[in-house]
Design a protein around this ligand. Structure first.
Ligand code: HEM
Ligand SMILES: *[C@@H]1O[C@H](CO)[C@@H](O)[C@H](O)[C@H]1NC(C)=O
Length: 494
């Protein structure tokens, strides 16, 4: 008894000291910190947050604490920006201050900090500038990116035709088609859909997708050091991503052997040339490590995002057959049935364009954005935010703004249409974020979404396996992204 009593008192004193210490630390800083719920040491706000649906928890907290508030994901401090005004102010008006990438432990572990998505400072600046110009250059080569997408859309349509209106899960067809576009840019060529190497690569990717929505992976972001020692799906995720990296390294080695500096075939060749140019520079950012990480970044960022958007879009269109039908009428009218849709058609297809936008708004693919950080001590709306603080500029708070998009929970192409039926642009359309680190593949992704979607509807009518009213379009919320529920669908040739 005696012993138990002393231990308990000792523990209580320890906890009290920790609590005092944290409050002292918070109040001792002269400048005002963004408000937030009371925090416990080590576990942070874990008890106020629903790990299974973090975006929803943050929405609730924003009602209580306003548009700028602090939460602790375990020991990790995060300042959340909630609402168009603060998101825009941070990403655009104060864009330089907020241009850092805040790496969640999971992202840090998976992608290291050497690629374009995860790096900071000079490395990021140079890699981003290089990637943007190189992506543009390869789009203007002998075959434009638009033509490649049209060509791939053709392969996709033929492949779908071969399913003879039998229901199936379109996940692989869509991933293969989208992956091939980025593959042709970074590796120089598309893969055949039956290619063993390609299939292995895509299987890894798909498996990673499923792994990402497990509880262990969510918890990893809170307690990485502990989770590193425990077995589980998060370990598999880390292992798979390393395999992906090795796959890319092999392709790079092949490129090195066959490189003709006067005639770069793809992104990797262009990068190898750049490495050669900067050979004398001891501080060059262009190394084999940044090459393989950047290539993996482009492959991951360029595949998952767009294919999931398409897969989700096709699910939504099953729920609203009248919307799909109206798109088909517009496609028939503008491109007809024989010619592939192209980007020049878009301006004459306001309804289809509005649907493509509404899909991206509604699915809210990256609700937290990809986390940022501030690159120095800053003042933001009277608050002091110290250097390296992680920032969530919540895209969901912009895409679901009630004033801009009345009834935001409803899927309604009218959100992007004027009363006279013309396309209505919106500054709140931010699925690609905004400012200095805005998605580097935005143009590419928008082309892919428009061309693949129209090519599919030009050729097929979607038939769900359940009554269309029962199609469930609510998301599966995973660690970082909103995913559609798995489904099967029949593509009826028109
Ligand atoms: C529907 C498709 C896509 C969506 C919704 C999307 C969304 C995003 C978002 C929200 C970010 C974070 C931006 C920020 O920090 O403010 C991002 C970054 C990025 N995206 Fe995309 N993306 C898509 C497709 C693509 C494609 C096809 C590529 C291929 C080139 C790509 C490459 C990148 C890269 C390289 C970054 C990092 C940029 C940086 O840190 O400077 N994305 N994307
Ligand atoms: C349609 O309406 C929008 C805004 O309401 C206007 O800017 C545009 O000029 C109109 N277009 C036509 C063709 O009437």
């Amino acid at each position: 008894m005696e012993l138990l009593g002393t231990t308990t008192i000792f523990l209580l004193v320890c906890i009290a000291c920790l609590l005092l210490f944290t409050t002292w630390r918070r109040t001792s800083q002269k400048q005002k910190q963004p408000p937030g719920p009371t925090t416990l040491p080590i576990v942070g706000n874990i008890f106020q947050l629903n790990l299974r649906n973090l975006p929803e928890s943050l929405k609730k907290l924003s009602k209580e604490y306003g548009s700028v508030f602090t939460v602790y994901l375990g020991p990790q401090k995060v300042v959340v920006l909630y609402g168009y005004d603060v998101v825009k102010e941070a990403l655009i008006d104060q864009g330089d201050d907020f241009s850092g990438r805040g790496n969640l432990p999971l992202i840090k572990k998976l992608l290291k900090e050497k690629g374009i998505v995860t790096s900071n400072g000079e490395t990021w600046k140079q890699l981003r500038r290089f990637a943007l110009t190189t992506l543009r250059d390869f789009g203007m080569g002998k075959k434009s990116i638009e033509e490649r997408i049209q060509e791939e859309a053709h392969f996709l349509v033929e492949r779908i035709r071969n399913t003879h209106a039998q229901p199936f899960n379109p996940i692989n067809f869509l991933v293969h088609a989208v992956a091939n576009i980025i593959c042709s840019i970074i590796f120089g060529d598309r893969f055949d859909y039956e290619d063993e190497k390609f299939i292995t690569l895509i299987d890894l990717l798909n498996e990673n997708n499923d792994l990402q929505s497990t509880v262990q992976v969510q918890i990893y972001n809170f307690f990485p050091t502990v989770m590193d020692y425990l077995p589980g799906p998060h370990q598999k995720l880390i292992e798979n991503t390393e395999k992906l990296n090795q796959f890319v390294q092999k392709i790079i080695a092949e490129h090195q052997k066959t490189l003709d500096p006067t005639c770069p075939r793809d992104f990797i060749d262009a990068f190898l040339n750049k490495m050669e140019q900067e050979k004398g520079n001891g501080h060059s950012e262009f190394t084999t490590e940044t090459l393989s990480r950047t290539t993996v970044d482009l492959f991951l960022a360029g595949t998952q995002t767009t294919s999931i958007t398409l897969r989700y879009g096709l699910l939504i269109l099953q729920k609203y057959p009248e919307i799909a039908e109206r798109m088909q009428k517009e496609i028939d009218c503008v491109t007809g049935r024989d010619r592939s849709p192209c980007m020049a058609d878009r301006s004459r297809m306001p309804y289809t364009d509005a649907v493509a936008h509404e899909i991206q708004r509604f699915i809210d693919f990256l609700p937290f954005n990809v986390p940022r950080c501030v690159i120095k001590d800053i003042k933001f709306r009277d608050y002091f935010i110290p250097k390296d603080t992680m920032i969530f500029p919540m895209l969901s708070s912009v895409l679901y703004d009630r004033k801009e998009f009345p009834n935001p929970e409803k899927f309604d192409p009218g959100h992007f249409l004027n009363a006279n039926g013309t396309f209505k642009k919106s500054d709140y359309f931010m699925p690609f974020s905004a400012g200095k680190r805005i998605c580097a593949g935005e143009g590419l992704a928008r082309m892919e979404i428009f061309i693949f979607l129209t090519a599919i509807l030009q050729n097929f009518t979607l038939k769900p396996t359940v009554d269309h009213k029962d199609v469930d379009i609510s998301p599966i919320v995973s660690a970082l992204v909103n995913l559609p529920r798995p489904y099967e669908v029949s593509f009826l040739p028109r």
